[in-house]
Design a protein around this ligand. Structure first.
Ligand SMILES: [Zn+2]
Length: 309
């Protein structure tokens, strides 16, 4: 199977899986309306620092995938998946994933990393509301960094009418991922809309000041992480190198339906975990429990996720 065929297949699986899923329930209003309770407005962001930079963990929504041997842990029974989740005191079905875009304030720049699903896939479409909680209007975003072109990362680039949601922002995406996205028939309208705003980069490039693109292969054709550095501090945004804070960290060798090139993605995941634990790297997991910031530590023969409190 060609890489493109695999990506197409993965996209179909993703769409099919998510079509059968319900949004995660947190009891909060989920459409960004002005009637949302004020408690949500103050609890849907988390501010932290990376050296002199201020970072804000945002929330776009949540999604649940069924423990049905179709998504996480391919080739393993739902009972095996359930055992890992239960040992971590998590419900075993459905499997809960978060959508946590990241905002970086850097002087005059307001940098948004990934844009949520834009309301697709049964998610909450909460990003604009979350940004408002951080005091940022869509028109103030100067740069958008895209890890890859799956719908839960690029869906929020446009509003429900299909117009640019962040009209002033330069949209940074890796050259490999942009080439793939331009060939994706499901992305024709989105590609046409964002083309005037796109600037491509290659792995290792400083995309915007203090943020460097990191090649993390396997998930899609040009999947990219981002290393954010200020002074002696740094944070690695891992994109979809890992999806679940327990399954992906404790069973990195388990295939995932969303990975286009599964062997490469598994190798990337294992290498990332080794490096993160050895170097005590601070990580940001887009699909990890909000606010997604933490470290990986060795435990026994494997690893565990330790969120920052
Ligand atoms: Zn994703």
């Amino acid at each position: 199977m060609t890489v493109h065929a695999k990506l197409a297949a993965a996209g179909l699986i993703l769409a099919a899986v998510l079509a059968g899923c319900s949004p995660g329930g947190d009891g909060k209003a989920g459409d960004g309306s002005a009637t949302a309770p004020s408690v949500a407005a103050v609890s849907d962001i988390r501010t932290f620092h990376i050296g002199a930079l201020e970072a804000v963990a945002l929330q776009d929504g949540e999604l649940d995938v069924h423990n049905d041997n179709q998504t996480l842990g391919l080739g393993h029974t739902p009972q095996e998946v359930a055992a890992v989740l239960t040992a971590a005191a998590l419900p075993d079905d459905p499997i809960h994933l978060f959508i946590d875009p990241l905002l970086i304030h850097d002087g005059d720049r307001q940098v948004l990393i990934d844009t949520g699903a834009g309301g697709a896939m049964g998610t909450g479409n909460k990003l604009v509301q979350s940004l408002a909680s951080a005091g940022v209007e869509p028109g103030q975003i100067t740069d958008i960094l895209i890890s890859h072109s799956h719908g839960d990362h690029v869906g929020g680039l446009v509003d429900t009418a299909g117009a640019l949601r962040f009209p002033r922002a330069v949209i940074h995406i890796s050259a490999a991922e942009w080439a793939f996205m331009q060939g994706d028939t499901a992305m024709v309208d989105l590609v046409r809309t964002i083309t005037p705003r796109v600037r491509t980069f290659t792995p290792g490039e400083v995309v915007v000041p203090n943020i460097t693109a990191v090649d993390i292969r396997g998930h899609t054709a040009g999947h990219t992480g981002f290393e954010i550095v200020s002074g002696t501090e740094r944070l690695l945004y891992i994109g979809d190198a890992m999806h679940h804070s327990v399954i992906s960290v404790e069973r990195p060798e388990w295939p995932i339906a969303f990975d286009a090139d599964s062997p490469t993605a598994i190798a990337s995941r294992q290498a990332l975990l080794q490096r993160a634990a050895s170097q005590n790297l601070r990580l940001y997991g887009y699909h990890f429990p909000f606010p997604g910031v933490g470290h990986v530590k060795r435990e026994g023969d494997g690893f565990v996720w330790v969120p920052e409190t």
